[in-house]
Design a protein around this ligand. Structure first.
Ligand code: SF4
Length: 238
């Protein structure tokens, strides 16, 4: 998608293919195989003091003192429960269970998302007092500033996973109808994946779709909250 804007990308993709490495492979802790530095999406030289101060000022301005405090204490977890495609969304109940468990362990949960995802984020926050909603309030840049200082990003196979990769923040991405072989992994070396393998119907589309064609949505509904909690705990312990 980006090749029209960056002519070097085509040659870089060729170089990547020539390595003959399966970048969809995971290790025993479900971390995706490390990517060479030149192929990583991780940006260098971040954060700057100015960027940190800018974020601090903004959080104060919107009355998010608790989030600011938690950022300083390195205990913020950003959760992006949405996706443009309905089939790429893990269950709201699953995200809530995960957030509840992590909040019990003294992490500060912030519900994130883009425009159109505010209602879902608010609904989840209403069911988890103490968590905070920033969905619909952040630009891409602001989300990246937050990611830079957060402990973990949890999301579906969506733009958030790539932003986290760019910021080199550990990211736990939940894959449903899409598969890693398509190349849509977060291109960093701190990327962890949960997915349901062994389903004949998967993948059912390159980008996900609005409805599950077989009406089970098993690729997502069969990923248990306990499994995702276990994986998040493992990442936080590394
Ligand atoms: S067909 Fe299979 S992979 Fe596609 S959305 Fe339904 S359960 Fe998921």
């Amino acid at each position: 998608m980006l090749t029209p804007w960056d002519t070097e990308l085509t040659s870089q993709f060729t170089r990547l293919k020539d390595l003959k490495v399966d970048f969809s492979k995971k290790d025993e802790v479900n971390r995706l195989i490390e990517v060479p530095e030149w192929a990583s999406m991780t940006l260098g030289n971040l954060p700057t003091a100015a960027s940190t101060q800018n974020l601090t000022d903004w959080l104060k301005e919107i009355g998010a003192a608790e989030t600011q405090k938690a950022l300083v204490e390195n205990r913020v977890i950003l959760i992006f429960p949405g996706s443009v495609w309905a089939t790429k969304r893990w269950t709201a109940e699953g995200f809530l269970h995960l957030a509840t468990e992590l909040q019990r362990e003294n992490f500060h949960i912030v519900w994130m998302g883009g425009s159109g995802e505010e209602a879902l984020a608010r609904e989840l926050a209403n069911r988890l007092p103490g968590s905070f909603v920033l969905a619909g309030k952040t630009s891409v840049l602001r989300s990246c500033q937050l990611m830079l200082q957060s402990r973990l990003v949890v999301c579906n196979d969506s733009a958030a996973s790539h932003m986290a990769a760019a910021m080199n923040t550990p990211v736990l991405s939940i894959f449903g109808p899409t598969i890693l072989k398509y190349g849509y992994r977060p291109w960093s070396s701190k990327a962890f994946i949960v997915e349901r393998s062994g389903l004949d119907c998967r993948p059912c589309g390159k980008h996900g779709g609005p409805k599950c064609p077989i009406k089970t949505h098993a690729c997502m509904s069969h990923i248990s909250a306990q499994e995702v909690v276990r994986q998040a705990r493992l990442i936080l312990s590394l």
